[in-house]
Ligand binder design. Sequence first.
Ligand code: HEC
Ligand code: HEC
Ligand code: HEC
Ligand code: HEC
Ligand code: HEC
Length: 499
Amino acid sequence: MTAESPKRDSYSQKPRRPSVIVLAAIIVLFAGSTALLAGLLVTILQRKQEAKDPYLRFVNVKDNTTDPAEWGKNWPREYEGYLRTVNPSRTKYGGGATSEGMIPPEKAASNPWLTRMFAGYAFAIDYRDRRGHAYMLTDQENTKRTKERKQPGSCLHCHASIMPLYRLTGAELAPKASPDEQLQTGFVAIGKLDYWEASVRLEKSGNHHPISCVDCHDPRTMQLRVTRPGFINGIKALKSHEGISNYDPNRDATRQEMRSYVCGQCHVEYYCGPKATLFFPWNEGLKVEQIESYYDNYKFEDGHRFFDWKHAETGAEVIKAQHPEFEVWSQGTHGKAGVACADCHMPYMREGALKVSDHWVRSPLLNLNRACQQCHHYPEEELKQRVETIQDRHYALLTRAGAAVVDMLDAIKTTKAAGATEGQLKPMLELQRKAQWRLDFVAAENSMGFHAPQELARILGESIDFSRQAQLAAIGTKSAAAIAAPSPSDAQPPAPSVK
Ligand code: HEC
Ligand code: HEC
Ligand code: HEC
Ligand code: HEC
Ligand code: HEC
């Protein structure tokens, strides 16, 4: 029995005064219409919610659910695709391994000039082809770059489902701050740790997974969202440069833009080293010289101009480029036409009445009919041929740019060994920085030219030009140095051979 029952009983009793009946009627009417109205509102809200989240759920996934298997219980088709990213995915230029169990080959095996270009840097000891998303965390843990060199916790930003750890760490360090501030605090703090220390924390927090559903989807609505602080800060800086202040992709981007932004969280150029918090260098734009200009004007805390490492052969302070897929795509025909990463790399497939996005993210060349034929009505063989023609031409030019860098390094090394002064070397080292930055930007991009063929050819042309200018300067300086300070052996004719 509830406390209300006696009251209800008293209503059903015979009323004593008519005014009570009127009052009761008014109350009942009012209560009834309120209930009706409330009911209507609830239904409207439910419908709205259903429109946003049309899914039947078996598991209530949340912001901290990083285990994709949990999400898989609600969305088995997408999960199955995701699991397939363990499969071999080799194409003529793309993918990593040809067979199960094999690790991807070293890039320098087919492009030996890479080892010369990276002299003195961790990329000279181990740098392999990429492969499917399922491997991103183990490949990072197994590379000699983390095993034999010290690396920062920032590396995990793009290789693990790390958001809960950022939030947890931020809450510990700044218990009174807002959730956004805590996230930023956690991002900075984890980034500063040694890689392996951050890795232990990730494991302990129960989030030792590669990219997961929660990194691209809002668990409440399943709509696309971006989570990575590097991207959110980077795109804000880019938009601000374009005159749009306080840009928030999760609020302001279109759905089609989000279909590329989710990938732009990782497939981008970035700085991830010990001297500053991880950032995407987009403050002046996405083109290769805009990024270069931002770096050239960027000063580390110690006041020194930005550089990634000192080249071991020449001493030049050079910049390392990383997989700028997002930047390069944005300069190409498809990017300009609004064709998104997901259109080609996660095309729709039909499963009965359902339209499912293929979560086996991979080379579109393994999936031409769905990836390209939705827009281009040519036979598969012709499409493949078109791509490979672009890639073969691109690869030929890339190889020539690699040869030019090696010739430049040889020439500068010789000049240096012959005693060129710092003042004489300086302009050559500046040219080296420019030549390498361009070549690396193109080589590190993973489409072998396809994402923006003309733009990449333009950049390679510039790289070759800078390499040859440096080479010419070095050759010229060598003789100038020899004239300025003739060595005894130069001054006298060589002694005649007595053999
Ligand atoms: C118009 C279609 C198209 C669009 C749009 C597109 N790509 Fe690609 N992408 C390709 C093709 C074709 C290749 C070359 C694949 C190969 O060589 O096997 C490729 C290659 C890649 C690779 C290397 C794949 C591998 O198997 O090694 C990555 C990574 C990649 N793209 C990421 C992106 C990202 C990120 C975006 C958006 C910023 C994007 N792509 C937009 C068609 C596209
Ligand atoms: C959290 C970071 C992250 C996000 C987000 C991300 N990727 Fe990747 N992607 C990676 C890493 C890391 C690898 C390389 C993994 C390895 O080699 O172990 C990779 C590999 C790939 C490959 C190569 C696959 C193969 O089989 O060779 C393609 C293609 C690709 N990504 C496309 C995309 C597209 C398209 C999106 C957006 C829908 C996307 N990625 C979102 C980090 C990310
Ligand atoms: C901004 C995102 C991002 C950050 C930060 C990042 N990576 Fe990656 N990493 C990627 C993407 C995307 C790929 C796949 C494309 C490729 O291989 O070029 C990748 C590929 C790799 C691979 C496989 C291919 C190779 O290079 O041998 C390794 C290993 C790796 N990263 C290690 C690291 C290490 C170590 C760090 C920290 C110094 C790091 N990553 C930081 C995004 C990132
Ligand atoms: C790299 C980002 C990324 C990750 C990780 C990811 N998705 Fe998606 N997902 C997408 C994109 C892009 C779409 C297309 C959405 C759109 O066009 O609105 C999509 C669409 C979906 C949809 C809507 C129906 C459909 O197939 O188009 C569901 C459901 C879904 N994903 C479930 C998952 C699940 C489950 C996982 C984890 C196993 C996952 N996703 C991981 C990017 C991602
Ligand atoms: C969503 C639609 C769409 C998809 C998917 C798509 N394309 Fe395109 N593609 C375009 C548009 C738009 C253009 C610009 C030319 C035009 O206006 O017809 C274009 C241009 C091209 C060009 C001319 C190249 C250039 O840079 O000018 C090639 C080659 C091409 N596409 C190949 C492909 C291949 C291969 C795939 C699959 C991996 C693909 N496209 C997927 C819409 C698409």
